[in-house]
Design a protein around this ligand. Structure first.
Ligand SMILES: [Zn+2]
Length: 494
């Protein structure tokens, strides 16, 4: 049997000014043809898991095209057109095929195409005809559209956040595809969706968090034989589109009505728990003062400027608060400002100078912070993810300066790069073990650093990934929607 594999993974954010171009994908993962297999080998990617499952079954893999990046604003039209063509034409050229497996994030946006994954899958379906099964793996924060569901036979989302099951999700998608190819099942996928969005910060699948219960419910539905696979998508909330909302999805064996019923049941569970996604948070000043009063190290999660959620990563709001309230405390903070990094490289190590830091790209929320600093170190910021959905992948902050300001070590990076744990700090010689406060621009991965003697505070405010979704000036969302409207009965989107 011959199965074509491809990947196009990117998470969009309508509030972000950061545009994803070809070079942004090339920095993380851009491969074509046979080079894909070497490019994904030894990593914990969904595509790696899918390819391994297919190989173990003796399937001939036809690798077509892979583009992977993190999160940001829209994908530039030219690169989307290139990737679309490479995937659709590449798979068409590889016919005859028995099946397709495609790894996607599921929440991409482009300047022109508002349903990029749906456009690719629909084009593929049109080219390959109705009988060749298509399996798709998605991120837990995917925005699943009816067009995607109509084109694909099998859709499976991650079930963990922090994301640690990308490999397994790819293997599961490929596993169902294999069963379909052997004629054991005839998979059908259905979704149900409500006009509701929930804060990403409260979406952990750990402990007693609401999503942990929803995921357990999904597993119970599978164990009871109600569906082959059940996914719950709390969705990437910072997408300004009318059809974005929490989603339940189920794959059944030739039972569309059963799939709809299970999708509805898991969606209703998600809806009932919506209030539990709201977590306490503080302003930057409150957070720094509270951290000083807490024992041990404190992780400050800059929720409004999460690079992992697509924000520009250049907000200096927390920097300003640390300088104002705890200038001598040993702290570490990373933000994106290529102009300040360039200045530090021009000055050289050991130089002392005044810098204007932050709000390099996005001045809608904060102004740059002026400070006097010593250039402590200059580096290229290259690191390999130790876990998460990009485990094993090498990424780079670009030219990065470590500035010393009082007790603070300030990483000034050139690129906004998805943070996992402290790999980016370690790559620049900053050991967070000795820090009182450490700032992160990722909404969930910090969880893996928590433990005895380590606390955490979520910091809220204006930004590209604001916690309070009801305060965003949405242009395209329809009312009523949760949480702007406290309706007792949800409004269906599908
Ligand atoms: Zn995600």
């Amino acid at each position: 049997m011959r199965v074509a594999v491809a990947g196009f993974e990117y998470e969009g954010n309508s509030l972000s000014l950061r545009i994803a171009r070809r070079e942004d994908f090339a920095r993380i993962g851009l491969f074509e043809g046979e080079a894909i297999l070497a490019g994904i080998a030894g990593k914990a990617l969904a595509l790696t898991g899918g390819v391994q499952a297919l190989r173990d079954a003796g399937v001939a893999i036809v690798p077509v095209f892979v583009a992977k990046s993190g999160a940001g604003g829209h994908v530039e039209d030219g690169f989307f057109a290139e990737a679309f063509t490479r995937i659709v034409e590449g798979i068409t050229a590889a016919l005859p095929l028995d099946g397709l497996y495609i790894a996607m994030h599921g929440a991409m946006i482009c300047a022109t195409e508002k349903d990029p994954e749906g456009a690719i899958l629909a084009a593929l379906r049109a080219r390959i005809g109705p009988s060749i099964p298509i399996a798709v793996s998605l991120d837990l924060h995917a925005h699943v559209t009816p067009r995607m569901v109509a084109a694909a036979d099998i859709i499976i989302g991650y079930e963990t956040y922090p994301h640690v099951d990308a490999y397994r999700t790819g293997a599961c998608a490929a596993g169902l595809l294999l069963r379909a190819l052997r004629g054991e099942i005839r998979p059908v996928t259905r979704i149900r969706k409500y006009n509701a969005i929930v804060p990403v910060l409260g979406g952990a699948t750990l402990g007693d968090a609401p999503m942990a219960h929803v995921v357990a419910h999904a597993r119970a539905l599978e164990a009871a034989g109600r569906a082959l696979s059940v996914s719950a998508f709390p969705v990437q909330p910072w997408l300004d589109m009318a059809d974005v909302g929490i989603t339940g999805l189920a794959v059944t064996d030739a039972d569309p009505a059963g799939a709809e019923a299970v999708a509805q049941e898991i969606l209703d569970d998600l809806w009932q728990r919506r209030r539990a996604f709201e977590l306490p948070a503080m302003t930057p000043g409150e957070a720094v003062r509270a951290a000083l009063a807490m024992p041990g190290r404190v992780l400050l999660v800059d929720a409004a400027d999460s690079i992992g959620g697509g924000a520009s990563g250049d907000s200096p709001a927390l920097l300003a608060a640390i300088l104002a309230h705890a200038p001598d405390a040993e702290s570490a903070l990373c933000l994106v400002d290529p102009q300040a990094a360039d200045k530090a490289f021009a000055l050289g190590p050991g130089a002392e100078a005044a810098f204007d830091i932050g709000a390099w790209q996005d001045r809608r929320w904060c102004a740059p912070v002026r400070l006097a600093a010593r250039v402590e170190r200059l580096c290229c910021g290259v690191f390999t993810y130790r876990g998460g959905p990009a485990a094993g992948v090498t990424a780079g902050l670009g030219a990065t300066a470590v500035l010393r300001v009082g007790g603070l070590r300030l990483l000034v990076a050139s690129h906004a790069v998805y943070e996992h744990l402290d790999e980016h700090y370690a790559a620049c010689g900053v050991d967070i073990a000795g820090c009182k406060m450490v700032s992160f621009k990722n909404l969930m991965n910090y969880q893996k650093l928590l433990g005895p003697g380590v606390g955490f505070i979520a910091v809220h405010g204006p930004g590209g990934t604001p916690l309070r979704l009801q305060d965003v000036a949405w242009e395209n969302r329809r009312r009523p929607f949760w949480p702007a409207d406290d309706m007792a009965v949800p409004t269906p989107l599908t």
